[in-house]
Design a protein around this ligand. Structure first.
Ligand SMILES: Nc1ncnc2c1ncn2[C@@H]1O[C@H](COP(=O)(O)OP(=O)(O)OP(=O)(O)O)[C@@H](O)[C@H]1O
Ligand SMILES: [Mg+2]
Length: 268
């Protein structure tokens, strides 16, 4: 599907540790058929949250990773030549609208303008998807839910959502989990015992405090999980930290040296 990526709902419930009332808010929005926007830094649990909620609500999930080449037809569908005949093939958005699934547009700010235009009649009380190429005007299935996410942190001022788009969504802000949540999440995902995860999470807190000064983004929960997984697999702690919690954050030698000092401060 031309760069887009479709996943169906998982058979087993995905593990998601709530941080606040996001699960209740999402469920309430879904019940009232209101689109949901997830804002937050990379690797803080947005995708996992959507997977867990889709499972909880019993709806299929179609995920589309947006990028600057993604066109409206990638989402809606296109005519394809099949054995001498032209047949219409629904895109992931159209399938979700027809079947009553969740369509999750990841990094929606990356999408082209023609994509946001398509979203407007779907995300207000009309809930319709006009398909120009077939002349169809689809009314959304009652269980259709549009979810979009983006990272407001990147310093590209042009890549932000227009008010007319963002004010069509109920929005949830995600941050990194508090230590009492992040420690069990990392332990569970990596297999490293909690007492060995705790100092890594403490280090993550210190690295996150440097965001905006030397670092563009704080270290993600995803990277802490990588680090813990390397250690659980037998790698020496210091090497694992360097590979998973320092090198991915910066290329600047001075900043790296500063980060290594932080590691020494936490681990002694
Ligand atoms: N609250 C949480 N409960 C369970 N797992 C979590 C939670 N927060 C983070 N994780 C873990 O962190 C990993 C990264 O989270 P996820 O992929 O959902 O991030 P994301 O916010 O979608 O990032 P990106 O913006 O880069 O796509 C997940 O695979 C999961 O293991
Ligand atoms: Mg994601």
């Amino acid at each position: 599907m031309d760069g887009s990526h479709i996943t169906e709902g998982a058979a087993n419930a995905p593990f998601y540790q709530p941080q606040g009332v996001e699960c209740e808010t999402f469920a309430a929005a879904a019940a009232r058929r209101l689109p949901v926007l997830l804002k937050g830094p990379t690797g803080c649990g947005k995708t996992r949250f959507v997977a867990a909620m889709a499972h909880r609500l019993g709806r299929p999930l179609y995920t589309v990773a947006c990028h600057d080449d993604l066109s409206a037809s990638d989402l809606i569908g296109r005519w394809l030549l099949k054995g001498g005949e032209t047949v219409w093939v629904d895109g992931p958005l159209t399938r979700a609208v027809r079947e009553g699934a969740i369509c999750y547009l990841d990094e929606v700010v990356e999408a082209r303008k023609d994509v946001t235009v398509v979203l407007h009649p779907l995300t207000d009380d009309r809930r319709i998807l006009p398909i120009d190429r077939t002349g169809e005007e689809l009314e959304a299935h009652p269980d259709f839910l549009l979810v979009a996410s983006y990272n407001p942190g990147y310093q590209n001022i042009l890549k932000t959502l227009k008010p007319s788009t963002r004010q069509r969504f109920v929005a949830l802000e995600f941050g990194f989990p508090r230590p009492e949540h992040e420690i069990p999440v990392v332990a569970r995902e990596s297999g490293l015992p909690e007492d060995r995860v705790a100092p890594l999470v403490r280090l993550a807190g210190k690295l996150r405090a440097m965001k905006g000064q030397d670092l563009e983004e704080g270290v993600s929960t995803r990277l802490v999980i990588y680090c813990a997984s390397l250690i659980a697999g037998g790698m020496a702690t210091e090497a694992a930290i360097r590979a998973a919690m320092i090198e991915p954050l910066t290329d600047d030698p001075d900043v790296k040296a500063g980060l290594r000092d932080l590691v020494t401060a936490v681990f002694g």
